[in-house]
Design a protein around this ligand. Structure first.
Ligand SMILES: Nc1ncnc2c1ncn2[C@@H]1O[C@H](COP(=O)(O)OP(=O)(O)OP(=O)(O)O)[C@@H](O)[C@H]1O
Ligand SMILES: Nc1nc2c(c(=O)[nH]1)N[C@H]1C(S)=C(S)[C@@H](COP(=O)(O)O)O[C@H]1N2
Length: 201
């Protein structure tokens, strides 16, 4: 009988960052952080420690939050929401690129393609993803509904629209983070056979 420890899902620390002038100043209630926690909490089977940040659309503030979440708090995954459009104060992509060790352009390309199934304005999002140290940082648009749309896609549609989250667990394996396991009802994570651990009940 295997030891309990080897059976346990590995814990993961996740940063969720809502970038919004209006939500951070109390003009409206922030729905970005709850939407991120709701989707990730349902999609991941690992125990999650959350690091939440609600901040205005200021480039230096966003970059500082991302550095702190990765370098000090030890997050292996950081998702931002908001500030990805073309308006003068939309600077989340610039703030994210400023802390990058590596660019991961496939995520932005795929998210815009997925979002075109939902809104014709999908191409207005300049969202990017990067690796910093042992963390993957991904930008999502500010509309709270865009979080599930891009992470999950429309797997039941014909033909299915695959969300980007399927590629996240293997990316985190490759950068030295914990082995993330998903609920296949929301997201079927893809790993090459050589990287898969035995399936759980
Ligand atoms: N954090 C949030 N919580 C709740 N709703 C949001 C949030 N961010 C955006 N929205 C909704 O999405 C719409 C479009 O977002 P928009 O691009 O205008 O905001 P943003 O640039 O992300 O945030 P802000 O303008 O407050 O800095 C908003 O009008 C609002 O209804
Ligand atoms: N999946 C999805 N992507 C989306 C949207 C959306 O509602 N759903 N909104 C679009 C719109 S209207 C804009 S302006 C851009 C940028 O939004 P942001 O500035 O709030 O990040 O994201 C786009 N991408």
């Amino acid at each position: 009988m295997p030891e309990a420890a080897s059976d346990a899902f590995e814990p993961v620390r996740i940063g969720v960052v809502s970038v919004s002038d209006r939500a951070s100043s109390g003009i409206y209630e922030d729905k970005g952080i709850p939407a991120l926690q709701d989707w990730l909490g349902r999609a991941l089977r690992n125990p999650i420690t959350w690091e939440t940040r609600l901040i205005p659309d200021e480039q230096d503030t966003i970059s500082a939050a991302l550095r702190e979440l990765v370098d000090t708090a030890g997050c292996h995954l950081v998702l931002t929401t908001g500030g990805t459009g073309p308006a003068p104060r939309d600077v989340t992509p610039e703030a994210t690129l400023a802390v990058a060790d590596k660019l991961m352009p496939g995520f932005g390309e795929q998210m815009r393609t997925i979002s075109l199934n939902f809104v014709p304005t999908a191409i207005l999002s300049r969202q990017v993803a990067v690796v910093r140290g042992q963390a993957l940082i991904i930008n999502l648009p500010g509309q709270p509904k865009s979080i599930a749309e891009t992470l999950q896609g429309l797997p039941q549609a014909s033909p299915p629209v695959h969300g980007i989250f399927a590629a996240v667990p293997y990316c985190i394996d490759l950068i030295g983070g914990p082995y993330l396991e998903t609920d296949p009802a929301l997201c079927q994570a893809f790993r090459p056979k050589s990287a898969q651990r035995p399936a759980r009940a």
